[in-house]
Design a protein. Structure first.
Length: 81
Protein backbone atom coordinates (compact mmCIF):
# COMPACT_ATOMS: atom_id res chain seq x y z
CA UNK A 1 0.00 0.00 0.00
CA UNK A 2 1.38 3.38 -0.91
CA UNK A 3 0.63 6.63 0.88
CA UNK A 4 2.31 10.01 1.39
CA UNK A 5 5.61 9.88 3.30
CA UNK A 6 4.49 12.54 5.79
CA UNK A 7 2.09 10.00 7.32
CA UNK A 8 5.18 8.30 8.80
CA UNK A 9 6.60 11.62 10.04
CA UNK A 10 3.53 12.46 12.12
CA UNK A 11 4.01 11.70 15.84
CA UNK A 12 2.07 8.75 17.24
CA UNK A 13 -0.53 8.77 20.01
CA UNK A 14 0.22 6.26 22.77
CA UNK A 15 -2.44 5.16 25.25
CA UNK A 16 -2.67 2.66 28.08
CA UNK A 17 -5.68 0.35 27.94
CA UNK A 18 -6.23 -1.73 31.11
CA UNK A 19 -8.70 -4.09 29.38
CA UNK A 20 -6.22 -4.70 26.57
CA UNK A 21 -3.62 -5.51 29.21
CA UNK A 22 -5.99 -7.91 31.00
CA UNK A 23 -6.90 -9.67 27.75
CA UNK A 24 -3.27 -9.82 26.64
CA UNK A 25 -4.03 -8.02 23.38
CA UNK A 26 -1.12 -5.59 23.61
CA UNK A 27 1.97 -5.90 25.78
CA UNK A 28 1.39 -4.03 29.05
CA UNK A 29 -1.85 -2.66 27.52
CA UNK A 30 0.09 -0.04 25.57
CA UNK A 31 -1.51 0.92 22.25
CA UNK A 32 0.18 3.15 19.69
CA UNK A 33 -1.99 4.88 17.09
CA UNK A 34 -0.33 6.27 13.97
CA UNK A 35 -1.76 8.85 11.63
CA UNK A 36 -2.01 6.07 9.05
CA UNK A 37 -4.24 4.10 11.46
CA UNK A 38 -6.57 7.10 11.68
CA UNK A 39 -6.60 7.65 7.92
CA UNK A 40 -7.52 4.00 7.42
CA UNK A 41 -10.37 4.33 9.92
CA UNK A 42 -11.66 7.52 8.30
CA UNK A 43 -11.08 6.24 4.79
CA UNK A 44 -9.27 9.41 3.75
CA UNK A 45 -6.95 12.19 4.88
CA UNK A 46 -8.24 15.76 4.88
CA UNK A 47 -7.78 18.95 6.93
CA UNK A 48 -10.51 17.87 9.36
CA UNK A 49 -9.02 14.41 9.97
CA UNK A 50 -5.48 15.75 10.37
CA UNK A 51 -6.66 18.66 12.54
CA UNK A 52 -8.57 16.35 14.87
CA UNK A 53 -5.59 13.99 15.13
CA UNK A 54 -3.10 16.78 15.84
CA UNK A 55 -5.48 18.51 18.30
CA UNK A 56 -5.87 15.25 20.19
CA UNK A 57 -2.12 14.68 20.20
CA UNK A 58 -1.41 18.18 21.57
CA UNK A 59 -4.21 17.95 24.15
CA UNK A 60 -2.89 14.64 25.48
CA UNK A 61 0.65 16.04 25.63
CA UNK A 62 -0.63 19.02 27.65
CA UNK A 63 -2.83 16.97 29.99
CA UNK A 64 -0.33 14.15 30.50
CA UNK A 65 3.17 15.62 30.16
CA UNK A 66 4.90 12.87 32.14
CA UNK A 67 2.66 9.84 31.80
CA UNK A 68 0.81 7.71 29.28
CA UNK A 69 -2.89 8.60 29.20
CA UNK A 70 -5.42 5.87 29.95
CA UNK A 71 -7.87 5.11 27.18
CA UNK A 72 -11.35 6.27 28.15
CA UNK A 73 -9.99 8.49 30.93
CA UNK A 74 -10.96 11.80 29.30
CA UNK A 75 -14.32 13.27 28.42
CA UNK A 76 -14.61 16.19 26.04
CA UNK A 77 -17.67 18.40 25.98
CA UNK A 78 -18.50 21.07 23.47
CA UNK A 79 -21.26 23.52 24.23
CA UNK A 80 -22.72 26.13 21.97
CA UNK A 81 -24.49 29.22 23.24
Amino acid sequence: MTYPNFFNDTPTITLRDPLSNFLGTFEDGIIEFTYLDIVKSAGHSCPTVSGAYLSTLKALEALYPNEIPTRGGIEVFLTYH
